[in-house]
Ligand binder design. Sequence first.
Ligand code: J2J
Length: 548
Amino acid sequence: MLEGCTPWPVELQKEYVQKGYWQEIPIGDSFDRAAANFANREAVVKGDIRLTYAELQQKVNRLAFQMLKSGLKPKDRVIFQLANSPEIIYAYFALLKVGIIPVMCLAAHRQHEIEYIAKHTEAKGYIIEGNPDLLKLGIEIRNSVESVEYVFVNGDPGESGITSLAELLEAPVDEGTLADSLAQHKPDPYEVAVFQLSGGTTGMPKVIPRTHNDYLYNSLQGGAYCGFTMYSVYLATTPLAHNFALANPGMQSVILVGGKIVIPTSHSPQDMFAVVEKEKVTFVPAVPAMIVNWVNSPLVKEYDLSSWEVVVNGGAKLNPEVAQRVKPVLGCRLQQVLGMGEGLNTITSLDDADEIVFETVGKPISPGDEIKIVDDDENEVPMGSVGELICRGPYTIRGYYKAAEHNKTAFTAEGYYKTGDMVRMQKDGCLIVEGRKKDLINRGGEKISAEEIENLILGHPLVKNAAAVAMPDPVLGERTCAYVILKEEGKFDLEDLKNFMIQKNIAKFKLPERLEVVKDFPLTSVGKVSKKALREDITEKLKMESQI
Ligand code: J2J
C-alpha cells in the first residue's frame, strides 16, 4: 500500500479474501465486466445526454489513456473537484482504471481547503469543474502548490490555457496502443483506489485511503441491501464526489450491476419530480433536508412517481415524524443508512418493519463488520445503553493517510475506528444514533469541523476567544453558531465575521450563520469550554425567539 497508509493485518487480509469479501480485482475490472455485460443498455443520462455502457466505457478508456499520456502515473494523486455530471463518472472510473488516485473534494471547497489537501497528498494533478471561480482556483493552485503540474477542466477553459476533458476525449488514438497501455497499467487491488476526505473533527479534513478491494466490496454489499440490479434507475441528487452517492451505496454500486444513473439538471422539487417521472427513477439517495422538502411539496401530486421504489436517507439523522410521511406522501419506501467515508455502513433492510425504518439505521452490511458500543474507557456498555460506536472490518480503514499522530487517538489499539457517533443497540441488533462525541457541526449532512472554524475566527484582530457549536435548524438539522469573546468592547457583528472569513477563501457552507458575543464561556469541571452548555444556550435562545 502507498506509503503513509496503514494496511489491514495480513491474517485478516487472507480471511477477507477467503471469505469472498475481497475479490482481488481492481475496480476497473469490475467496471469492464459490467460494460461488457450491459454494452447496449443505458448507463448515464443527463438531460439530452444519454450514454450506453459501451459509450461510457469508450470514454473511460480514452480518458484513462490520455491521463497517462499527459504524464500522470499510477499512484499519482489528482485533486478531483467535479460537480454532478456524466464527466465525473467517466473521469472517476478513468483514473481508477490506471491506478491514478482521485482525491474526492467537494464542489464547495476553495483555496483554503484545496491548497492544504493538494500539499498533503502531494497531488500531481487537479481536475476542476469549468466555472470561472474554479478555473481561477485551478490556476492559483498550480502556482501555489509545487507538486501540481497538470490541470484539467470539465468545460470551457476560456483563455486559461488549461486542457479540457473534451479535448482529451477527442484526441485521435490508436486503439491497439490504448489497449496495451491500459493492460500494462492495471492497479494492484490491494492499492489505494480513492482518497476520500473525512468530515474532520480536528482542523483540516483527514485523508481516507480506500483500496480497490475494500471499496469494491463496500459498494457491492451496500448495493445488494438496496436491491440494485440492471433495472435500477438511480437519481444522483446528492454530490457524487461524496462517499455516499459515489459508492456506498451509490453510483458505483449501480453501475457495476448494470443499472442506470440519472443526473438531475436542477434541484428544485419540481424538476426532481419531473425527472423521476420522465426517466422512471426507482431509487433516490437523500439527506434529511431534501426529504423534508419533498414531503412538504404540494407539487408531489402533479407527477406520476409510481416508478419510485426507495429513498435512502443518509448523512444525518432523519426526524421520525418526517420518516413516517415518506410512504404516504411520496409513495416509496424509506431506507436509512449510517455511513462514513472511513468505511462502516449500517442500513435498514427493504423488508424491515416500519418502526425499525423510522427510528433506526439498521445493522452493519457485512458479516465481517465488528462493532462495539463503548464508554470513555473503551469498555463495552450494557445492551441498550448509549455509547460510542467503534468498528473494524473488511472495508473500514485502519488509519488515515500520513496522520500517524492523529491515528493514535482516532483508532483503538485493536484497530477499531472510533466513529465519534453515540449510538444505542436495540435487542434486534439495529442501531439508533443518539448524538455524537466529536466536535463538529452536521449541516444537512455536510460536516464542519468546529476547531477549523474556531481557528479561522481566532485570526480576527478583535477576537480573543471563539467556540463554534451546532444550533438546531428545522430543515438542515444543524447550522453553525459562533460564540465569541472580544478583546475589547466594540462593534462586531455577523456580517463582519462572515466578511472576514470569506477573505480566507473557505467553502461557503462553513460560514457561521449566527454570532453570539459573550463576556466568557461556560466551563466544564475540568476547565474546558463547555460546548454542551453553549449548545443548550443557543437552543434555548432560538426557542424563546420562536415564541415571540
Ligand atoms: C445520523 N448521522 C449520520 C445517519 C452519517 C452513506 C451515508 C452517509 C455518509 C456520510 C456516508 C448518518 N444518521 N443516517 O459516507 O457512505 C454522520 C455520522 C457519521 C458521519 C460520516 C455513506 N449518516 N451520519 O455522511 O464521512 O456522524 O459520510 O460518522 O460525510 O456522518 O460523515 P461522512
